[in-house]
Design a protein around this ligand. Structure first.
Ligand code: NI
Length: 165
């Protein structure tokens, strides 16, 4: 396994639209293991998308279980994901491993349903709420070349520098 290098803003490759996975093979599963290790190595890593490590395929991992008091499904691997239902929009704060110096306020659905495949090609379906729903929407945006920066209503009012430690 390996921790992969994470592309950071303003790397133009982060704007790439990723392509669907077609082969659910050992190569995919090895990549998923590396992607997960990379997510867990990052500070506060609750999600990661393949294009963040320069692999432009539609693969994301979300695991918000390290957050206190949030509903979650543990580790979710979503290959070729599609959100099939959105409800209840709300503003919330987001960060991103590809935007290490800032957080931002973004409007997202508080309740979603997402359909995807797992690493073996089996269909999976999740209903997510709250913080987990937000994380899924954030990661899926990466597959379409979108960062939370692209969804700020106002850079002046909704973008916040992280305190350097
Ligand atoms: Ni991100």
């Amino acid at each position: 396994m390996a921790v992969l290098k994470v592309l950071t803003y303003p790397d133009p490759r982060l704007k790439t639209i990723s392509v669907p996975v077609e082969a659910f093979d050992e190569k995919l599963r090895a990549f998923v293991r590396d992607l997960e290790e990379t997510m867990r190595a990052g500070p506060g890593g609750v999600g990661i998308a393949a294009p963040q490590v320069g692999e432009f395929t539609r693969v994301v991992i979300v695991d918000v279980s390290i957050k206190k008091n949030v509903a979650h499904h543990g580790r979710m691997l979503l290959v070729n994901p599609e959100i099939v239902l959105w409800e209840d929009m709300a503003v919330g704060r987001e960060g991103c491993m590809s935007v290490p110096d800032y957080t931002g306020n973004v409007i997202r659905a508080q309740r979603i349903q997402v359909a995807a495949r797992n690493e073996h090609g089996d269909a999976v379906h999740y209903e997510c709420t709250g913080y987990e729903a937000r994380a899924v929407q954030h990661e899926l945006d990466h597959l379409d070349g979108m960062l939370f920066l692209d969804r700020l209503v106002s850079r002046r009012h909704d973008l916040f520098a992280r305190i350097k430690k």
